[in-house]
Design a protein around this ligand. Structure first.
Ligand SMILES: Cc1cc2nc3c(=O)[nH]c(=O)nc-3n(C[C@H](O)[C@H](O)[C@H](O)COP(=O)(O)O)c2cc1C
Length: 208
């Protein structure tokens, strides 16, 4: 067998094994999940989580920051969830989204969470839909944050203090993975792998 074919088969095996690690059915079902995405290259990984949640019988609605939509298209999120993506606060079909969505949701998750949005939430800013939804939720429902960023951004005192503050308020901050980042460096700040995010969601919903 040629070296090229061997390495292709090996790679395929690795992909299949990592797919198997993702729980297929019964992740949790019949739950309403508000999935919020911000502007990170890791938005594509969030789509895997969204897809698995929908496949398991959950209703997923998405809020995407303007920056998130530079990384992932509305068509992908709408195709995966069969629901409209909401970005704008004003002039949309959902004028009270920041109030109605936390009421509707069983769980809210910010994934991937940028340094910008983490620091804005910790400052209580509500000048966009994700900020106002965070304040309107008032910790009635589990709120998870899955940070994703360059190591220096993650380790910056501004970000670390914001994460500590949010955790003290009752937000569940997910750890980051260590490893190679899109910017070419290696260290903490990499978005947790989809199967680990799914497990954290299950834990918060009491289904694991
Ligand atoms: C190619 C590229 C990748 C980026 N990846 C990240 C990232 O992973 N994490 C992060 O915090 N910011 C990242 N940024 C910067 C954010 O997109 C930027 O701070 C943006 O204003 C965030 O807005 P938002 O928090 O409203 O989504 C990236 C920017 C570019 C151009």
């Amino acid at each position: 067998m040629s070296q090229l074919k061997k390495s292709f088969l090996h790679k395929n095996q690795e992909i299949n094994q990592s797919e198997k690690k993702i729980p297929e059915v019964g992740i949790c079902n019949g739950k309403n999940i508000l999935f919020q995405l911000t502007g990170s290259i890791a938005c594509y990984k969030a789509c895997i989580v969204i897809s698995k949640l929908v496949q398991s019988g959950n209703q997923v609605r998405t809020l995407a920051s303007e920056a998130a939509l530079k990384f992932i298209g509305k068509a992908t999120l709408e195709g995966l969830t069969d629901n409209a993506v909401i970005t704008e606060m004003f002039g949309t079909r959902f004028p009270r989204a920041h109030i109605d969505l936390p009421d509707w949701a069983d769980l809210l998750i910010l994934c991937p969470a940028t340094a910008n949005t983490i620091n804005a939430l910790a400052a209580g800013l509500a000048d966009n839909l994700i900020g106002s939804t965070f304040l309107a939720n008032n910790f009635r429902k589990p709120y998870l944050i899955a940070p994703a960023m360059n190591t220096n951004m993650f380790l910056h005192p501004a970000t670390q203090e914001s994460l500590k503050k949010l955790e003290a308020w009752g937000v569940r901050i997910l750890p980051t993975d260590e490893g190679r980042l899109a910017c070419g460096t290696s260290g903490p700040g990499r978005l947790l792998e989809p199967e680990k995010i799914l497990l954290e969601i299950m834990k918060c919903l009491g289904t694991k």
